[in-house]
Write a protein that binds this ligand. Structure first.
Ligand code: CAA
Ligand code: FAD
Length: 380
């Protein structure tokens, strides 16, 4: 596969790199400490076209391909994975889901504003008893003719308090199992919808993660995405692409940790020479570089599969599995290369190490990716 980037793709990559270094880097340590992400920055990312990258221009999007999206995700994630998860959820779960499966009215009403970053969205599948085991939905959406009545609790929802639009997966007909699940568009402010307290997290602390509580929320039927019972397939199909975005996030965290380590190892001297001249450090850099390049190939491959209309469930799962393991390994080694400085916040690598961990958990844990991959290879 030839991954030569076009002029346009190189421009997008550079724009994301500039934005990350000029706008995200200055406040990244403070945001990690305060767990607050100013919406101003989301607006700026929207102005640059990063919030609706794959959305058609007809709905105010940037009309770009998935490869451009992963290039931007990688650059943003090198500096601030909290910013990039907001971008990833909005792009690959919310906007892509609405653009691909929404009605024209839903696209006009929601997608046109989500794609510009005027508002952002959230994707609500996980529950206290339905994380990996996603078909075990306990949230109910009872069919009342022209509307649904939604009851239950979602947890771990990214953009939980900052979103205006929530795609909520819920069980309508328990007898039908996963075929009785629906996906509904819920708006902030609907009666009976409450946002729970913010989670105090290990990593991606700038991103707001909340539980959501639905108490007899009346959701009009026109807010259902797809046919009755399409909700679980909607979630799975959407997540298949979402995993490419998280794979790119993991790649960015790894590459960010590597770039900082490369620079540091050429500056820091011990025993009369730069630490890069000690083979133990040079070999760590060699391992990091090799694994990151392998991860990048998998991420680009999955993005190109999606762009060329091939099935990307397998390649997306492989990219996420591998890139997230590389993010974890690389960021741990980056802390080691930085010695004591690696253990303090000013040098950024400890934050990248904390941020890396989530990429092995959300949008399907590493174990779930192995289930997806093994089912696919066994089927073949
Ligand atoms: N595309 C289309 N349909 C799919 C599919 C896909 N990629 N994967 C599964 N399905 C369909 C199956 O074909 C099946 O339908 P049929 O019965 O009609 O054939 C149906 O969905 C149920 O599938 P399974 O029998 O395979 O279901 P399962 O109970 O064995 O679970 C699973 C499969 C892959 C483990 C799934 O439960 C899963 O993905 N779990 C992880 C959940 C997850 O990723 N959550 C992420 C939440 S969002 C998030 O995390 C965002 C964020 O952090 C930023
Ligand atoms: P569990 O499913 O309880 O898993 C516990 C452990 O058991 C894991 O190691 C898992 O891999 C393993 N395990 C479970 N089943 C199997 C099996 N069959 N075989 C082998 N091992 C297994 N969800 C959303 O819907 N929307 C969001 O925006 C969102 N954002 C998130 C943000 C953060 C910061 C976090 C922490 C989570 C977020 N999630 C979100 C939820 C996330 O997707 C789930 O945490 C994840 O899918 C795992 O589910 P769980 O936490 O219930 O773990």
């Amino acid at each position: 596969m030839d991954f030569t980037l076009s002029e346009e793709q190189l421009m997008i990559q550079q724009a994301a790199r500039d934005f990350a270094n000029n706008e995200l880097l200055p406040g990244v340590i403070e945001r990690d400490e305060t767990q607050k992400f100013p919406f101003e920055l989301v607006k700026k990312m929207g102005e640059l076209g990063f919030m609706g990258m794959m959305v058609s221009e007809k709905y105010n999007g940037s009309g770009l391909d998935t490869l451009s999206y992963v290039l931007a995700m990688e650059e943003l994630s090198k500096v601030d994975a909290s910013a990039s998860v907001m971008v990833s959820v909005n792009n690959s779960l919310v906007c892509w889901g609405l653009q691909t499966f929404g009605t024209e009215a839903q696209k006009e009403k929601y997608l046109t504003r989500l794609a510009t970053g005027e508002i952002i969205g959230a994707f609500c599948l996980s529950e206290p008893e339905a994380g990996s085991d996603a078909t075990s939905q306990k949230t109910t959406a009872l069919d009342k003719g022209d509307h649904y009545i939604l009851n239950g609790t979602k947890n771990w929802i990214t953009n939980g308090s900052s979103a205006e639009v929530y795609l909520v997966i819920a069980q309508t007909d328990i007898e039908k199992g996963h075929k009785g699940i629906n996906a509904l568009i819920v708006e902030k402010g609907m009666d009976g919808f409450e946002v729970g307290p913010k989670e105090n997290k290990l990593g991606i602390r700038g991103s707001d993660t909340h539980s959501l509580i639905f108490n007899d929320v009346k959701v009009p039927k026109e807010n259902r995405i797809g046919e009755d019972g399409f909700g679980f397939k909607f979630a799975m199909k959407t997540l298949a692409g979402g995993r490419i975005g998280i794979a790119a996030q993991a790649l960015g965290i790894a590459a960010g940790a590597y770039e900082l380590s490369l620079k540091y190892s050429k500056e820091r001297k011990t025993f009369g020479t730069e630490i890069a001249n000690h083979q133990a450090i040079a070999f760590k850099l060699a391992d990091m570089h090799t694994k990151i390049q392998a991860a990048r190939n998998l991420v680009y491959q999955a993005a190109c599969d999606k762009d060329s209309g091939k099935d990307y469930t397998l390649s997306g799962a492989m990219a996420k599995l591998y890139a997230s393991e590389v993010a974890m390994e690389t960021s741990v080694e980056a802390v080691q290369i930085h010695g004591g400085n690696g253990f303090v916040k000013d040098y950024h690598v400890e934050r990248l190490m904390r941020d890396a961990k989530i990429t092995q958990i959300y949008e399907g844990t590493s174990e779930i990716q192995k289930i997806v991959i093994s089912r696919s290879v066994l089927k073949d």
